[in-house]
Design a protein around this ligand. Structure first.
Ligand code: DP6
Length: 400
Protein backbone atom coordinates (compact mmCIF):
# COMPACT_ATOMS: atom_id res chain seq x y z
CA UNK A 1 0.00 0.00 0.00
CA UNK A 2 1.14 3.55 -0.65
CA UNK A 3 2.21 5.73 2.22
CA UNK A 4 1.44 9.40 2.27
CA UNK A 5 3.50 11.89 4.21
CA UNK A 6 1.14 14.62 5.35
CA UNK A 7 1.67 17.78 3.36
CA UNK A 8 1.92 21.01 5.27
CA UNK A 9 -0.68 23.57 4.27
CA UNK A 10 1.08 26.65 5.59
CA UNK A 11 4.28 27.87 7.17
CA UNK A 12 5.65 31.15 8.45
CA UNK A 13 9.03 32.48 9.48
CA UNK A 14 10.65 35.80 10.31
CA UNK A 15 14.16 37.07 9.59
CA UNK A 16 16.22 40.18 10.19
CA UNK A 17 18.75 41.59 7.79
CA UNK A 18 21.32 44.34 8.32
CA UNK A 19 22.19 47.08 5.91
CA UNK A 20 25.75 47.53 4.69
CA UNK A 21 27.97 50.45 3.78
CA UNK A 22 30.40 50.05 0.92
CA UNK A 23 33.96 51.32 1.35
CA UNK A 24 34.77 50.38 -2.25
CA UNK A 25 31.65 51.36 -4.16
CA UNK A 26 29.51 49.39 -6.57
CA UNK A 27 28.52 51.86 -9.30
CA UNK A 28 27.70 50.70 -12.80
CA UNK A 29 26.19 47.54 -14.29
CA UNK A 30 27.33 45.45 -17.20
CA UNK A 31 23.92 43.70 -17.14
CA UNK A 32 20.92 45.63 -15.84
CA UNK A 33 18.53 42.67 -15.68
CA UNK A 34 20.81 40.63 -13.42
CA UNK A 35 22.52 43.53 -11.59
CA UNK A 36 25.96 42.40 -12.74
CA UNK A 37 28.48 45.11 -11.81
CA UNK A 38 31.36 46.60 -13.78
CA UNK A 39 33.61 46.32 -10.72
CA UNK A 40 33.92 44.43 -7.46
CA UNK A 41 33.03 46.18 -4.20
CA UNK A 42 33.42 45.62 -0.46
CA UNK A 43 31.38 46.73 2.55
CA UNK A 44 30.94 46.74 6.30
CA UNK A 45 27.83 45.01 7.56
CA UNK A 46 26.15 47.46 9.94
CA UNK A 47 25.05 46.13 13.31
CA UNK A 48 21.42 45.11 12.94
CA UNK A 49 20.75 46.04 16.55
CA UNK A 50 20.72 49.62 15.24
CA UNK A 51 19.62 49.49 11.58
CA UNK A 52 17.75 46.57 10.10
CA UNK A 53 14.87 45.21 8.05
CA UNK A 54 12.61 42.58 9.60
CA UNK A 55 10.66 40.41 7.18
CA UNK A 56 7.98 37.79 7.82
CA UNK A 57 7.03 35.40 5.05
CA UNK A 58 3.93 33.21 5.17
CA UNK A 59 3.05 30.56 2.60
CA UNK A 60 -0.41 29.01 2.47
CA UNK A 61 -2.57 26.98 0.16
CA UNK A 62 -5.30 29.55 0.85
CA UNK A 63 -3.48 32.55 -0.60
CA UNK A 64 -4.60 33.69 -4.03
CA UNK A 65 -1.56 35.71 -5.02
CA UNK A 66 1.84 36.82 -3.78
CA UNK A 67 1.44 39.98 -1.67
CA UNK A 68 3.91 42.37 -0.05
CA UNK A 69 3.56 45.04 2.65
CA UNK A 70 6.47 47.43 3.13
CA UNK A 71 6.40 49.62 6.25
CA UNK A 72 2.66 49.07 6.56
CA UNK A 73 1.76 49.91 2.96
CA UNK A 74 0.84 47.22 0.48
CA UNK A 75 3.02 47.26 -2.64
CA UNK A 76 1.92 45.87 -5.99
CA UNK A 77 4.02 42.71 -6.43
CA UNK A 78 2.98 42.41 -10.08
CA UNK A 79 4.53 45.87 -10.67
CA UNK A 80 7.91 44.96 -9.16
CA UNK A 81 10.11 43.01 -11.56
CA UNK A 82 12.81 42.78 -8.89
CA UNK A 83 10.55 41.15 -6.31
CA UNK A 84 9.22 38.77 -8.95
CA UNK A 85 12.72 37.79 -10.00
CA UNK A 86 13.68 37.00 -6.41
CA UNK A 87 10.58 34.81 -6.05
CA UNK A 88 11.30 33.05 -9.34
CA UNK A 89 14.93 32.32 -8.45
CA UNK A 90 13.94 30.84 -5.08
CA UNK A 91 11.08 28.77 -6.51
CA UNK A 92 13.34 27.55 -9.30
CA UNK A 93 15.63 26.02 -6.65
CA UNK A 94 12.99 24.25 -4.55
CA UNK A 95 10.27 21.61 -4.87
CA UNK A 96 8.44 22.81 -1.77
CA UNK A 97 5.16 24.73 -1.62
CA UNK A 98 4.51 24.13 -5.28
CA UNK A 99 1.58 26.18 -6.55
CA UNK A 100 1.19 28.08 -3.28
CA UNK A 101 1.44 31.84 -2.83
CA UNK A 102 3.36 33.89 -0.28
CA UNK A 103 2.60 36.96 1.82
CA UNK A 104 5.60 39.14 2.73
CA UNK A 105 5.47 41.71 5.53
CA UNK A 106 8.59 43.86 5.83
CA UNK A 107 9.50 46.76 8.11
CA UNK A 108 12.64 48.96 8.18
CA UNK A 109 13.65 50.70 11.37
CA UNK A 110 15.29 53.52 9.39
CA UNK A 111 14.15 55.95 6.67
CA UNK A 112 13.62 54.31 3.27
CA UNK A 113 15.59 55.81 0.37
CA UNK A 114 17.46 58.25 2.63
CA UNK A 115 20.78 56.94 1.39
CA UNK A 116 20.99 54.46 4.24
CA UNK A 117 20.80 51.53 1.83
CA UNK A 118 17.38 50.28 2.82
CA UNK A 119 17.07 48.37 -0.45
CA UNK A 120 20.14 46.36 0.55
CA UNK A 121 18.64 45.29 3.87
CA UNK A 122 15.22 44.78 2.27
CA UNK A 123 16.26 42.51 -0.59
CA UNK A 124 18.72 40.61 1.59
CA UNK A 125 15.88 39.98 4.05
CA UNK A 126 13.54 38.88 1.23
CA UNK A 127 16.07 36.49 -0.32
CA UNK A 128 17.10 35.09 3.06
CA UNK A 129 13.50 34.64 4.26
CA UNK A 130 12.32 32.97 1.04
CA UNK A 131 15.49 30.86 0.92
CA UNK A 132 14.71 29.53 4.41
CA UNK A 133 10.99 29.10 3.72
CA UNK A 134 11.69 27.11 0.57
CA UNK A 135 14.65 25.29 2.19
CA UNK A 136 16.97 26.32 -0.65
CA UNK A 137 20.34 24.56 -0.36
CA UNK A 138 23.23 26.45 -1.89
CA UNK A 139 24.94 24.37 -4.56
CA UNK A 140 28.04 26.60 -4.13
CA UNK A 141 29.02 29.18 -1.49
CA UNK A 142 27.41 32.52 -2.18
CA UNK A 143 24.57 31.21 -4.39
CA UNK A 144 21.91 32.75 -2.13
CA UNK A 145 23.67 36.10 -2.45
CA UNK A 146 23.08 35.98 -6.22
CA UNK A 147 19.33 35.89 -5.49
CA UNK A 148 19.60 38.94 -3.20
CA UNK A 149 21.74 40.62 -5.90
CA UNK A 150 19.02 40.30 -8.51
CA UNK A 151 16.75 42.24 -6.12
CA UNK A 152 19.32 45.00 -5.56
CA UNK A 153 23.03 44.75 -6.26
CA UNK A 154 24.24 45.94 -2.88
CA UNK A 155 21.85 43.51 -1.12
CA UNK A 156 24.13 40.56 -1.90
CA UNK A 157 26.62 41.96 0.65
CA UNK A 158 24.09 42.00 3.54
CA UNK A 159 23.64 38.24 3.96
CA UNK A 160 27.01 37.84 5.66
CA UNK A 161 28.40 39.79 8.61
CA UNK A 162 31.66 41.65 9.10
CA UNK A 163 33.59 42.70 6.02
CA UNK A 164 32.03 41.41 2.81
CA UNK A 165 33.34 41.54 -0.74
CA UNK A 166 31.15 41.25 -3.82
CA UNK A 167 33.31 39.72 -6.53
CA UNK A 168 32.11 40.99 -9.90
CA UNK A 169 32.50 37.62 -11.62
CA UNK A 170 32.74 37.08 -15.35
CA UNK A 171 29.92 34.71 -16.27
CA UNK A 172 27.01 35.98 -18.32
CA UNK A 173 24.47 34.22 -16.10
CA UNK A 174 25.84 35.92 -12.97
CA UNK A 175 26.42 32.70 -11.04
CA UNK A 176 29.90 33.84 -10.00
CA UNK A 177 28.92 37.43 -9.19
CA UNK A 178 28.40 36.80 -5.51
CA UNK A 179 29.32 37.88 -2.02
CA UNK A 180 32.17 36.47 0.05
CA UNK A 181 32.94 37.19 3.69
CA UNK A 182 36.48 38.61 4.01
CA UNK A 183 36.38 38.48 7.82
CA UNK A 184 33.65 38.32 10.48
CA UNK A 185 32.83 41.34 12.68
CA UNK A 186 34.81 39.78 15.55
CA UNK A 187 38.00 40.23 13.53
CA UNK A 188 37.98 44.01 14.12
CA UNK A 189 35.56 44.72 16.98
CA UNK A 190 37.05 48.21 17.58
CA UNK A 191 35.83 49.45 14.19
CA UNK A 192 32.78 51.68 14.62
CA UNK A 193 30.72 54.08 12.56
CA UNK A 194 28.87 57.35 13.10
CA UNK A 195 26.09 57.93 10.59
CA UNK A 196 25.23 61.60 10.20
CA UNK A 197 21.74 61.89 8.74
CA UNK A 198 21.88 65.04 6.68
CA UNK A 199 18.49 64.75 5.10
CA UNK A 200 15.79 62.14 5.34
CA UNK A 201 14.09 63.22 2.12
CA UNK A 202 13.88 60.82 -0.77
CA UNK A 203 16.83 61.15 -3.10
CA UNK A 204 16.42 62.84 -6.46
CA UNK A 205 18.09 60.25 -8.71
CA UNK A 206 17.86 56.57 -7.80
CA UNK A 207 21.04 54.50 -7.74
CA UNK A 208 19.70 52.35 -10.55
CA UNK A 209 19.07 55.32 -12.86
CA UNK A 210 22.16 57.24 -11.79
CA UNK A 211 24.58 54.42 -12.43
CA UNK A 212 22.99 53.64 -15.79
CA UNK A 213 23.55 57.21 -17.04
CA UNK A 214 27.07 57.06 -15.60
CA UNK A 215 27.88 53.86 -17.53
CA UNK A 216 26.59 55.47 -20.73
CA UNK A 217 28.36 58.83 -20.37
CA UNK A 218 31.26 58.84 -17.88
CA UNK A 219 34.72 57.94 -19.19
CA UNK A 220 35.98 58.38 -15.62
CA UNK A 221 33.68 55.57 -14.45
CA UNK A 222 35.02 53.22 -17.12
CA UNK A 223 38.59 54.09 -16.13
CA UNK A 224 37.81 53.60 -12.44
CA UNK A 225 36.27 50.16 -12.97
CA UNK A 226 39.08 48.91 -15.19
CA UNK A 227 42.15 50.55 -13.70
CA UNK A 228 41.49 51.77 -10.13
CA UNK A 229 39.16 49.38 -8.32
CA UNK A 230 41.05 46.09 -8.85
CA UNK A 231 44.16 47.28 -6.95
CA UNK A 232 42.03 49.12 -4.41
CA UNK A 233 40.05 45.97 -3.60
CA UNK A 234 43.27 44.13 -2.76
CA UNK A 235 44.61 47.03 -0.69
CA UNK A 236 41.30 47.39 1.15
CA UNK A 237 41.00 43.71 2.04
CA UNK A 238 44.63 43.73 3.24
CA UNK A 239 44.02 46.85 5.38
CA UNK A 240 40.96 45.26 7.00
CA UNK A 241 42.76 41.99 7.69
CA UNK A 242 45.74 43.90 9.21
CA UNK A 243 43.38 46.25 11.07
CA UNK A 244 45.38 49.11 9.60
CA UNK A 245 42.93 51.93 10.30
CA UNK A 246 44.86 54.72 8.55
CA UNK A 247 45.12 52.72 5.31
CA UNK A 248 41.52 51.52 5.60
CA UNK A 249 40.09 55.00 6.22
CA UNK A 250 42.18 56.65 3.51
CA UNK A 251 41.12 54.12 0.88
CA UNK A 252 37.48 54.53 1.93
CA UNK A 253 37.67 58.34 1.64
CA UNK A 254 39.42 58.18 -1.72
CA UNK A 255 36.94 55.68 -3.10
CA UNK A 256 33.94 57.69 -1.92
CA UNK A 257 35.44 60.82 -3.48
CA UNK A 258 36.08 59.00 -6.76
CA UNK A 259 32.54 57.64 -6.85
CA UNK A 260 31.18 61.18 -6.42
CA UNK A 261 33.64 62.40 -9.05
CA UNK A 262 32.12 59.92 -11.50
CA UNK A 263 28.73 61.44 -10.66
CA UNK A 264 30.03 64.87 -11.65
CA UNK A 265 31.53 63.27 -14.78
CA UNK A 266 28.13 61.83 -15.70
CA UNK A 267 26.32 63.86 -18.34
CA UNK A 268 24.10 65.53 -17.32
CA UNK A 269 25.85 65.48 -13.93
CA UNK A 270 24.34 64.01 -10.77
CA UNK A 271 24.83 65.60 -7.35
CA UNK A 272 24.38 63.40 -4.31
CA UNK A 273 26.60 65.38 -1.95
CA UNK A 274 25.34 68.76 -0.75
CA UNK A 275 26.97 71.67 1.08
CA UNK A 276 26.56 69.92 4.43
CA UNK A 277 28.22 66.75 3.06
CA UNK A 278 31.14 68.82 1.78
CA UNK A 279 31.47 70.61 5.14
CA UNK A 280 31.62 67.19 6.84
CA UNK A 281 34.38 66.10 4.45
CA UNK A 282 36.43 69.21 5.29
CA UNK A 283 35.70 68.64 8.97
CA UNK A 284 37.09 65.07 8.88
CA UNK A 285 40.28 66.21 7.21
CA UNK A 286 40.63 69.02 9.78
CA UNK A 287 40.01 66.54 12.63
CA UNK A 288 42.75 64.26 11.33
CA UNK A 289 45.23 67.07 10.90
CA UNK A 290 44.45 68.36 14.43
CA UNK A 291 45.06 64.82 15.74
CA UNK A 292 48.25 64.42 13.72
CA UNK A 293 47.04 61.06 12.36
CA UNK A 294 44.10 59.52 10.51
CA UNK A 295 41.55 58.81 13.26
CA UNK A 296 38.44 59.32 11.15
CA UNK A 297 37.34 58.37 7.67
CA UNK A 298 34.16 59.05 5.70
CA UNK A 299 32.14 57.49 2.96
CA UNK A 300 28.99 58.72 1.18
CA UNK A 301 26.53 56.65 -0.87
CA UNK A 302 23.96 57.95 -3.33
CA UNK A 303 22.78 60.67 -0.97
CA UNK A 304 24.06 63.42 1.33
CA UNK A 305 24.36 61.36 4.55
CA UNK A 306 27.86 60.90 5.93
CA UNK A 307 29.12 57.62 7.31
CA UNK A 308 32.14 58.33 9.50
CA UNK A 309 34.59 55.54 10.27
CA UNK A 310 36.37 55.51 13.64
CA UNK A 311 37.95 53.13 16.09
CA UNK A 312 36.46 52.64 19.55
CA UNK A 313 39.34 54.42 21.32
CA UNK A 314 38.57 57.62 19.39
CA UNK A 315 34.79 57.34 19.03
CA UNK A 316 33.86 59.65 21.93
CA UNK A 317 36.38 62.25 20.78
CA UNK A 318 35.02 62.01 17.24
CA UNK A 319 31.44 62.43 18.47
CA UNK A 320 32.52 65.40 20.62
CA UNK A 321 33.97 67.05 17.52
CA UNK A 322 30.75 66.40 15.56
CA UNK A 323 28.61 67.84 18.38
CA UNK A 324 30.79 70.97 18.55
CA UNK A 325 30.82 71.76 14.84
CA UNK A 326 27.39 70.34 13.90
CA UNK A 327 25.21 70.92 16.97
CA UNK A 328 21.62 69.71 17.18
CA UNK A 329 18.68 71.98 16.43
CA UNK A 330 17.90 73.72 19.73
CA UNK A 331 15.26 71.66 21.54
CA UNK A 332 16.16 68.37 19.83
CA UNK A 333 19.44 67.74 21.71
CA UNK A 334 17.93 64.91 23.74
CA UNK A 335 17.13 62.79 20.68
CA UNK A 336 20.12 63.86 18.56
CA UNK A 337 22.31 60.80 19.16
CA UNK A 338 20.99 57.25 19.45
CA UNK A 339 23.28 56.71 22.50
CA UNK A 340 22.49 59.35 25.17
CA UNK A 341 25.22 58.12 27.55
CA UNK A 342 27.87 58.45 24.85
CA UNK A 343 26.49 61.88 23.95
CA UNK A 344 26.96 62.98 27.61
CA UNK A 345 30.48 61.60 27.66
CA UNK A 346 31.30 63.44 24.43
CA UNK A 347 29.89 66.73 25.75
CA UNK A 348 32.09 66.36 28.83
CA UNK A 349 35.21 65.51 26.81
CA UNK A 350 34.99 68.21 24.14
CA UNK A 351 36.73 68.22 20.75
CA UNK A 352 40.47 67.75 20.24
CA UNK A 353 42.68 70.79 20.72
CA UNK A 354 43.52 72.45 17.45
CA UNK A 355 40.36 71.37 15.61
CA UNK A 356 38.80 74.84 15.65
CA UNK A 357 41.96 76.29 14.10
CA UNK A 358 42.12 73.55 11.45
CA UNK A 359 38.40 73.84 10.61
CA UNK A 360 37.56 77.49 10.19
CA UNK A 361 33.83 77.05 9.34
CA UNK A 362 31.36 78.39 11.91
CA UNK A 363 29.37 75.73 13.80
CA UNK A 364 26.36 74.76 11.68
CA UNK A 365 23.33 74.30 13.89
CA UNK A 366 20.64 71.81 12.92
CA UNK A 367 22.03 70.83 9.50
CA UNK A 368 22.43 67.26 10.73
CA UNK A 369 19.12 65.71 11.79
CA UNK A 370 20.32 62.69 13.66
CA UNK A 371 23.50 60.82 14.59
CA UNK A 372 23.60 57.02 14.78
CA UNK A 373 26.53 55.46 16.55
CA UNK A 374 26.86 51.83 15.59
CA UNK A 375 29.41 49.18 14.68
CA UNK A 376 29.95 46.17 12.48
CA UNK A 377 27.74 43.15 13.06
CA UNK A 378 26.52 39.76 11.87
CA UNK A 379 24.60 39.02 8.69
CA UNK A 380 20.98 38.06 8.04
CA UNK A 381 19.49 35.70 10.61
CA UNK A 382 16.34 33.84 11.56
CA UNK A 383 14.25 35.39 14.38
CA UNK A 384 11.92 33.73 16.87
CA UNK A 385 8.28 33.19 15.80
CA UNK A 386 7.35 35.62 18.61
CA UNK A 387 8.95 38.39 16.53
CA UNK A 388 6.60 37.79 13.61
CA UNK A 389 5.15 40.83 11.85
CA UNK A 390 2.14 38.90 10.50
CA UNK A 391 -0.84 36.94 11.81
CA UNK A 392 -1.59 33.36 10.83
CA UNK A 393 -3.22 34.60 7.62
CA UNK A 394 0.00 36.40 6.70
CA UNK A 395 -1.58 39.82 7.21
CA UNK A 396 0.45 42.63 8.82
CA UNK A 397 0.10 42.75 12.61
CA UNK A 398 1.30 46.29 13.13
CA UNK A 399 1.25 49.12 10.65
CA UNK A 400 4.67 50.75 11.13
C1 DP6 B 1 26.18 54.00 -3.89
O1 DP6 B 1 22.43 48.37 -4.86
O2 DP6 B 1 20.95 50.39 -4.60
O3 DP6 B 1 25.21 52.43 -2.38
O4 DP6 B 1 21.57 47.32 -7.94
O5 DP6 B 1 20.27 49.19 -8.93
O6 DP6 B 1 19.54 48.18 -6.76
P1 DP6 B 1 20.71 48.52 -7.67
O7 DP6 B 1 21.59 49.61 -6.90
P2 DP6 B 1 22.02 49.69 -5.38
O8 DP6 B 1 23.29 50.65 -5.49
C2 DP6 B 1 24.09 50.93 -4.38
C3 DP6 B 1 25.09 51.96 -4.75
C4 DP6 B 1 25.91 52.52 -3.60
C5 DP6 B 1 27.27 51.83 -3.51
C6 DP6 B 1 27.30 50.47 -2.88
O9 DP6 B 1 26.46 50.14 -2.03
O10 DP6 B 1 28.23 49.72 -3.23
Amino acid sequence: SRRHTPRALMAQLTVASPTNIAVIKYWGKRDTALNLPINSSVSLTINQADLRTVTTVTVSKDFEKDRLWLNGEEEDVSASKRVQKVFAMVRGRSRQWEGMKVHVVSVNNFPTAAGLASSAAGYAALAFALGKLYAVEESYPGELSTIARVGSGSACRSLAGGFVAWDMGSREDGADSCARQVAPAEHWPELQVLILVVSDKKKAVSSTAGMQTAVETSPLLAHRAAHVVPARMLAMEAAYLKKDFAAFAQLAMQDSNQFHATCLDTFPPIFYLNDVSRAVIQFVHAFNSACGETRMGYTFDAGPNAVLLVQQQHAVQALAAVLTHFPAEPGSEASYVNRPAMQQEAMALGPPAGLAAAFPLEPQVGVIKHVYHTDVGPGARLLEPSESLADAAGMPLRTK
